[in-house]
Design a protein around this ligand. Structure first.
Ligand code: G6P
Length: 608
């Protein structure tokens, strides 16, 4: 949610900031802006709309002179996307300038307080409060001013701050919102996301809550909330910078879809040790896992859908009650978790604030916590007892595909790992799963080979107004994800239904020409699905069915069938999801939608 980048060096800052913002545009794209220290004043330039508008306005940064600056790309929370509301925000006296990710919860009270002191506000944002508050607290020492201002702020924030009187420095602080500092030679950086600065440096560290960094070209100093110096451990980022490039593809989304065979291999292989599955847990012991009496999965969006797929698998292999909770609801629902609950937290970014809050709530109730995270060193990873990383690499398209697939792999393996420890899963089942996992990348590649077939179906139906996805058991969990993919990037209204529930209401919405996508890959309930297809067909629906190779009878009832390789029951979802991702992608492309940056959405959701 919003992206921040900062640079202090000897090179011109504006082009470097714009380039960093390009990498962050997937985090927010309502508007963008820069602030650069230039000849004794802070020069701000901002534009509504995509980053390209700001690039045009500033001639790719050439119009702004100065070597220290901050930049921001916005996803609106307080106030509509507009020039006035876009960041950076300057204090009324021009002394302090701020870029902000997060939400200040007490901003109305602070605004009233500052207005009473004669401060005038021009925007509707919570961020402008911060710059004005800093000006109010400033008495010549920026570090003191930041410290004092923090005492007033409630909510979450990652801040990049410029003080006009200190043209050489950027001040950075964060609370419940990620900020990374990057170290270069004679220049240093800050960013909300490592991809923004990867081109310039791989040496980074993360600011922890309460810490403040003062970043100049020659030096980065970090202090804790008491003003004591902190010695940070520098991490070397191993991500390939090219992995965050489109590499000739039209969109990141299709590139990421096609990367899935490799991602599956990278995620599974290191966890197969001497023919056994080992999840490499460091703190949660085998004994702990034997003592667990229920499992609770918490996550948001597609990660929640991974939980829905995993639930029956965990139940089958671990013989434990499993619940899947939306992280945004969890904290406020008096959750029934305690020291005998294993909470599995799933998050690509590791920054989703709802998921993080759910984690904290579960931890406060004594639950054991293992998270499944893609971004190394992220907030959720750092706050978990144990972390299992999905090795999906940087995912840039807002609609997740490869991270979803990597999460599925981890969940299958974790289910087997726990099942084996608890002796509810057999050695034979473990062998079968390993064999499936070893063969899966090639099978996924085969499913991807049929992309033209899916593209053809997309060309028939891309102007649909409503689409219903139906399935039973695991197919229903997959339908949830297929439907989300389609609606988020193509803006077509779509819903997922448990096929058996159709007749309890939704079938009344089916009329001549309504598109129904029927998932029939879950073999035990295939015949039931055939009946459901007949029900919607007889009401005029057009049906695309997703079926296992060899299930020729489906072709008798559906208008079109997408066949996927016949496969083992546990890892089948990894194949079945492929055509659904491709369908959403091609429909959105044919409609001319901005596939990688769908309207109103952001990749990393760091507001509640
Ligand atoms: C956003 C993204 C989704 C993602 C969800 C949860 O809505 O657009 O793709 O599934 O957040 O994000 P997380 O990073 O926690 O997996």
């Amino acid at each position: 949610m919003c992206g921040i980048v900062g640079f202090a060096g000897v090179r011109q800052a504006a082009p470097i900031l714009l380039e960093g913002l390009k990498r962050l545009e997937y985090r927010g794209y309502d508007s963008a802006g820069l602030a650069v220290q230039s000849d004794g004043k802070i020069v701000v330039s901002k534009a509504r709309g995509r980053l390209s508008a700001l690039c045009k306005l500033t001639h790719d940064g050439a119009d702004i002179d100065g070597t220290v600056g901050i930049g921001h790309t916005r996803w609106a929370t307080h106030g509509e996307p507009s020039y006035i509301n876009s960041h950076p925000h300057m204090s009324h006296d021009g002394a302090v300038c701020v870029v902000h990710n997060g939400i200040i919860e007490n901003y109305l009270a602070l605004r009233a307080f500052l207005e009473a002191q004669g401060y005038e506000f021009v925007s509707d944002t919570d961020t402008e409060i911060i710059s004005q508050l800093l000006a109010y607290c400033y008495e010549g020492d920026p570090v003191e001013a930041v410290k004092r201002a923090r005492g007033y702020l409630e909510g979450s924030y990652a801040l990049g701050i410029l003080f006009r009187d200190r043209p050489e420095a950027i001040y950075a602080v964060s609370k419940d919102n990620p900020l990374i500092v990057g170290l270069g030679e004679g220049e240093n950086y800050m960013a909300s996301d490592v991809t923004a600065i990867l081109k310039h440096t791989r040496r980074v560290f993360r600011l922890n809550e309460g810490e403040m960094a003062v970043i100049t070209k020659d030096c980065v100093s970090v202090t804790d909330e008491y003003g004591m110096g902190v010695d940070k451990t520098v991490t070397e980022v191993t991500w390939d910078a090219d992995a965050a490039e489109k590499g000739g593809y039209e969109h990141f989304m299709i590139k990421e879809i096609l990367e899935q065979p490799e991602v599956i291999q990278k995620t599974a292989n290191p966890r197969i040790v001497d023919g056994r599955i080992d999840m490499g847990l460091k703190r949660i012991t085998r004994e702990d896992l034997r003592g667990v009496d229920n499992i609770c999965i918490v996550a948001c969006g597609s990660a929640y859908h991974v939980g829905c797929v995993a639930k029956p698998i965990l139940k089958r292999l671990c013989r434990l009650p499993v619940s899947v909770e939306l992280a945004s609801e969890f904290k406020y629902a008096d959750p029934l978790v305690d020291a005998r609950t294993l909470v599995i937290v799933i998050s690509q970014s590791g920054e989703t604030i709802d998921t993080y809050h759910a984690l904290k709530e579960a931890a406060a109730r004594g639950a054991r916590i293992v998270s499944v995270v893609n971004v190394v060193g992220s907030t959720i990873a750092a706050a978990s007892e144990d972390v299992i990383y999905t090795w999906a690499g940087p995912e840039i398209a807002v609609a997740t595909t490869k991270a979803y697939s990597a999460q599925l792999i981890v969940l299958y393996m974790l289910a087997m790992y726990i099942g084996r420890i608890r002796e509810t899963a057999t050695r034979e089942q473990e062998r079968e799963l390993i064999a499936e996992l070893n063969a899966l990348p090639a099978a996924v590649a085969r499913a991807l080979n049929d992309k033209e077939g899916v593209q053809y179906l997309a060309s028939l139906y891309y102007s649909s107004k409503d689409v219903f996805f139906i399935g039973r058991n695991i197919d229903y969990a997959l339908a949830l994800e297929g439907s989300l993919k389609l609606k988020e990037i193509s803006y077509i209204h779509s819903e997922a239904y448990a096929a058996g529930e159709l007749k309890h209401g939704t079938i009344s919405l089916v009329e001549q020409g309504t598109l129904v996508i029927a998932l029939c890959t879950y073999a035990p309930l295939k015949d039931k699905l055939v009946s459901n297809i007949k029900e919607v067909k007889s009401r005029g629906a057009n049906v695309i069915a997703l079926a296992n190779e060899g299930d020729e009878d489906i072709a008798q009832v559906a208008d079109h069938v997408i066949y996927i390789p016949r496969w083992g029951q546990t890892t089948m979802p990894s194949l079945a999801i492929i055509p659904l991702q491709l369908f959403a992608y091609y429909v959105a492309s044919l409609k001319g939608c901005d596939v990688d940056k769908p309207r109103n959405l952001a990749k990393s959701v760091t507001v509640e």
